[in-house]
Design a protein around this ligand. Sequence first.
Ligand SMILES: Nc1nc2c(ncn2[C@@H]2O[C@H](COP(=O)(O)OP(=O)(O)OP(=O)(O)O)[C@@H](O)[C@H]2O)c(=O)[nH]1
Ligand SMILES: [Mg+2]
Length: 423
Amino acid sequence: MSYEYVIPEPSADALSRINPEDEDIEIIKTYNTSADAATSKVKEKLDLLENVILNVAITGNTGAGKSTYVNAVRGVPDDDEGSAPTGVTETTMEPLMYPHPTMANVRIWDLPGIGSPKFKAKQYLKDVKFKTFDFFIIITSERFKENDIMLAKEIMRKKKLFYFVRSKIDNDIRAEMKKKNFSQEEVLSKIREDCTKNLKKVGAPKVFLVSSCDLGSYDFQLLIDTLEEELPMHKRLALLQSLPVCSVAMIDKKTKALQRLIWLIAFSSSTIAMAPVPGLSFACNLGIMIAFFQRCFDAFGLDDRSLKILSGRVDKSTEEVKQPMKSRFKEGVDRKVVMKFFTTAEMGAAITIAYVLSTIPVVGTLATGGVSFGTIFYLLNKGLNEMAEDAKLVLLGAGLEASEQEKEDRDKDTKEPEPEKEP
Ligand SMILES: Nc1nc2c(ncn2[C@@H]2O[C@H](COP(=O)(O)OP(=O)(O)OP(=O)(O)O)[C@@H](O)[C@H]2O)c(=O)[nH]1
Ligand SMILES: [Mg+2]
């Protein structure tokens, strides 16, 4: 006996809310004509997005700040176990791979310095196995030199992506602050001009001014925006999930990236509901939701490890930085917390009906499937947004991002006073 199982043709409005890319819309459209093909395409895509490997190479002169940058983008303090060794005497002699602490598929490579006068870019790239990398970050803490340029040209020749980063900007700002008529914007634009002048031989490349001690300031966000534009979609998602939460803008970017996964997960979970085993779909959906929420929790840095690191940075206790969290995920993601989503008044009715029906063979295959897509889609979005809010509250509470009120006050203070009117 076969049962007709139909996901209703999605309306334009529903599609715009789900916000799939063009190729995803094609999959949704083909569902009604070939459910199996659409389902396996969705699963393939999910698998690719969740498990893609991203290899990032960090290179540059000795002492430029490579290892410090590696630690910063992994969200790991320099003195942490498993961090890249940093300091004036430590030198990275061979490519060392540092997996992201919560996303092992994102790998940051600390490459050897390129400072030697005998440096040969071609041989260097061969030695470090350049094909492994999705892109290169070339770091300097002073002027870009001939070796940086040679390397950039060779990377270009190999048709790989690279980005110039001028590091230790916080040091430059601190030094200039002591001078009369200090203007941060002027200092930054001077450094930018100087870098551009030094890099004339490679055209007019963008240079990103970064402090590994303060990723929330200067050009780090701009660097990520650029990477986002230039990386293939599936790699972009991995990158955004893995970056440390350093600003509200970063939280918004992560939210958007994670939203991309939701419709695919909801779609594939609705097809599980077709299995004619009582209660199975409920259990599977619960498992899927726990896995997704754990992914979001880690990406937003709400896990104990990240909060502990944050509390160390801002000199507060972990309890203090955690205190502003309002969502039901305050104590972590587990079965009990996710079950709460199924017992709130708004969802209760729909889920109870779906669950009761799913225990009745035959009817269950239809009913659970029918509500599953919408329900899971709704619940995953709700959980994601709750966590994003929490992440913002934690950032504000830690004093790493100004509140709207503080920003308004600051703007008022920096505005030129209105000239007094002549009587
Ligand atoms: N203030 C400040 N100091 C930095 C920054 N980046 C690196 N440093 C310091 O610069 C020194 C050298 O940094 P490393 O990260 O060890 O440099 P490296 O490029 O890995 O050096 P080698 O492995 O020897 O080639 C360390 O004392 C860091 O603490 C930064 O953005 N700001
Ligand atoms: Mg190093």
